[in-house]
Design a protein around this ligand. Structure first.
Ligand SMILES: [Zn+2]
Length: 124
């Protein structure tokens, strides 16, 4: 399960970050999830639940913000890349430029990053 290792690394990073802030609790994690990451939202949520059972993130909320994939081509085409209807489930999309048919570059939608954290910091 790829989602599990991704989430595990992410949570490690969040714990590190919250230590820097002397946070006592993490309330919410806002995660940006790109369309091209091929990570399942449900699996990520499941991993999150399991991995936050007994640490500073316990009981926190996970908000997933989907990021659309975007491609760019040498012919000048630039646009959203939504998986077409006939794309088999969870396979890597074929990045063919819809305009000229050449191979296009991915310019967006590969992120799986923590966008924001809501933590409780004790009053000093
Ligand atoms: Zn093109």
């Amino acid at each position: 399960m790829h989602e599990f290792s991704v989430m595990s690394q992410m949570i490690e990073g969040i714990i590190e970050e919250s230590k820097k802030w002397n946070a006592t609790k993490v309330e919410e994690v806002i995660l940006e999830l790109g369309e091209f990451t091929m990570l399942g939202e449900e699996q990520l949520r499941f991993a999150y639940e399991v991995l936050t059972k007994d640490n500073i993130l316990k009981g926190s909320k996970l908000t997933i913000v989907p990021v659309k994939g975007a491609i760019e081509c040498d012919c000048g085409f630039k646009g959203d890349m939504s998986p077409s209807e006939d794309t088999p489930h969870r396979s890597v999309p074929i990045l063919e430029c819809p305009k000229c048919g050449n191979l296009a570059r991915i310019v967006g939608g590969r992120e799986c990053t923590v966008k924001n954290l809501r933590v409780v910091v004790p009053d000093v």
